[in-house]
Structure formats: structure tokens, C-alpha cells
Design a protein around this ligand. Structure first.
Ligand code: AMP
Ligand code: ZN
Length: 114
């Protein structure tokens, strides 16, 4: 998706504060951090929402979850973290390219939008 902001970041057409990259994923700091550690992991493949993911995306989603603790640990969330995927309008999704929020670096309130 050429005009998708996270696809543009994944291609390197837009700058990001990148913390991790491999063939399938990119992780970068959220531009409006909601906690001392706030990182987004995105698949380079454009999937607009979790609800649009298909059975063929299951291994990719599994690897994205596997990556999360490693990135959290390496970037200051050693004591635990929260993962969030906002999905659709009622889920508060703002960017329609699937992304996993990693939040941590301090105890988090019981409820948090992101
Ligand atoms: P949501 O779609 O509600 O799960 O969240 C989208 C997140 O992307 C928000 O937390 C934004 O602060 C973040 N965001 C939007 N644009 C950028 C950007 N260019 N670089 C880093 N984070 C971004
Ligand atoms: Zn995209």
C-alpha cells in the first residue's frame, strides 16, 4: 500500500526511530509515547487490521508475538510490559496497518488505551 504511513516507514521512505529490523518486521518508537517504553512492531507486509489477517498470516503473527518480549527486554522493559493491538473504529485504531504496541518501563494502570 504505497500511501500507508507504516508501509512508507517500512520501506524507509519516512523516517522512524527504529529499534529493530529483520526481513519480516520493523520495530520503532511510538511518536507519542504513552509510557517510558512505547514501541510499535509492524509486519512489513501490509495487513490493515487484526480482523483482516488470514489463516496464512498465522505464522507471521506468531513470530511477531515471539519478538515482543525480546524487544521489550532489550529496550528497558525488563520488569514486564503490556502488548496491545487496537482493531477498528471501536478499538481505537488510528493507523490501518497492523501493529503491536509494547508498553512498559514503569507499572502501568489497570486500563490503558495504548
Ligand atoms: P493505534 O492505531 O491507535 O493503535 O495507534 C497508532 C499509533 O501510531 C499511535 O500511538 C501513534 O502515536 C503512532 N504513530 C503514528 N504515526 C507515527 C509515526 N510516524 N512514527 C511513530 N509512531 C507513529
Ligand atoms: Zn501498510
Amino acid at each position: 500500500m504505497s500511501d500507508c504511513i507504516f508501509c512508507r516507514i517500512a520501506r524507509g521512505d519516512l523516517p522512524s526511530n527504529k529499534v529493530y529490523e529483520d526481513e519480516e518486521f520493523l520495530a520503532f518508537k511510538d511518536i507519542h509515547p504513552q509510557a517510558p517504553v512505547h514501541i510499535l512492531i509492524i509486519p512489513k507486509k501490509h495487513i490493515s487490521t487484526l480482523a483482516e489477517a488470514s489463516a496464512e498470516d498465522v505464522p507471521l503473527l506468531g513470530r511477531m508475538l515471539e519478538l515482543a518480549p525480546r524487544i521489550a527486554r532489550e529496550h528497558g522493559a525488563e520488569e514486564g510490559f503490556r502488548t496491545i493491538i487496537n482493531t477498528g473504529r471501536h478499538g481505537g485504531q488510528e493507523v490501518y496497518h497492523l501493529h503491536l504496541h509494547i508498553l512498559g518501563g514503569q507499572p502501568l494502570p489497570a486500563m490503558l488505551k495504548h
